[in-house]
Design a protein. Structure first.
Length: 315
């Protein structure tokens, strides 16, 4: 029978590809690490690593196992944590993968309503990139996600990826919470900062800064600029949205963002409406549908009620 400590050891060694470093990370003796790997290989029935005196490499079987082991370990940790909470009578945990771009009032409205109606549900946050939120949702590292999506996409990227080779197809449900048009995000001393509105084409010669590759905001920026007739001169990438606003306010470049992001409150950064950018982002709630009696289902019900009451309108 597979042991979780053996799988954890395999996961660390697969990352390090060095027995000494892996043993130090796990705080065990190298001989104990070797014993665990041999036991796991015996259970699987095939070598997982090619090892010589000079290097360690994953075998094809080892590479295949790495695609599944993180999900197995995560499920085990979540199961233990939730069982402990149930044993203490503490109720359910709703783990949310939250986009850094989600406006604070939206999340607070949802969280406060959940706490008011279901005080037995605790909400925990995981702030990750779009790609990591997808992986985390499918791997069950969290139960639901709040994120921005391009409104002109007919098929949601989560739905398109849910049947990947990394696991069985997951049924996902999305709810649109609101929409927002992008605005130009300019330094306060920019030549157009005091205009009531600008055309994106007027900014063609400015340097741009953006979130890293894979961000929906970056992809929308690039497509919008191309539609306006130019390729943006992208400079420095920002790790998150507050860092992006700091880059803009310092004069490193300009960018595009929903006006709601002004709530981050960085001095020296202004938002100006765009006359020639019809593209919108939509804010969505997404969850798996394989646990319809879990905390995520209750959070979804709260969100639907808030939408009916008009308390989440983001137009």
């Amino acid at each position: 029978m597979l042991r979780l400590d053996d799988l954890q050891t395999f996961s660390v060694l697969a990352e390090e590809l060095h027995f000494g470093r892996a043993a130090r990370r796990l705080e065990i003796a190298p001989s104990a690490l070797t014993q665990r790997i041999k036991r796991l290989e015996s259970e699987v029935g095939t070598p997982l690593f090619d090892r010589t005196t000079r290097h360690v490499e994953l075998t094809p079987a080892g590479r295949e196992l790495t695609r599944h082991v993180a999900r197995i370990l995560t499920l085990a940790r979540v199961a233990v944590a939730r069982s402990r909470r149930a044993g203490r009578g503490e109720g359910s945990i709703a783990i949310v993968g939250l986009s850094p771009l989600v406006p604070h009032p939206v999340f607070l409205t949802i969280a406060n309503a959940v706490r008011s109606r279901r005080p037995d549900i605790s909400i925990e946050l995981r702030r990750e990139s779009n790609e990591e939120r997808l992986v985390g949702l499918l791997a069950r590292r969290w139960d639901m996600s709040l994120l921005w999506q391009r409104a002109d996409h007919v098929v949601h990227p989560l739905e398109a990826s849910a049947g990947s080779a990394d696991g069985p197809r997951a049924a996902l449900r999305t709810i649109e919470i609101g929409r927002a048009r992008l605005q130009a995000m300019l330094p306060a001393r920019h030549r157009l900062a005091r205009r009531r509105s600008v055309r994106l084409s007027e900014l063609a010669k400015d340097p741009f800064v953006a979130l890293g590759p894979g961000s929906v905001l970056r992809a929308t920026l690039e497509d919008a600029c191309q539609s306006a007739g130019f390729v943006p001169a992208l400079g420095q990438d920002a790790a998150d949205f507050p860092a992006l606003m700091l880059l803009v306010s310092s004069g490193a470049g300009i960018s595009l963002a929903p006006a709601e992001m002004r709530l981050h409150g960085v001095d020296g950064c202004v938002f100006v409406p765009l006359d020639d950018l019809p593209a919108e982002l939509r804010l969505i709630f997404v969850r798996r549908t394989d646990e319809d009696d879990g905390a995520a289902a209750h959070v979804e019900a709260v969100i639907r009620d808030l939408l009916k009451q008009g308390r989440l309108a983001q137009r």
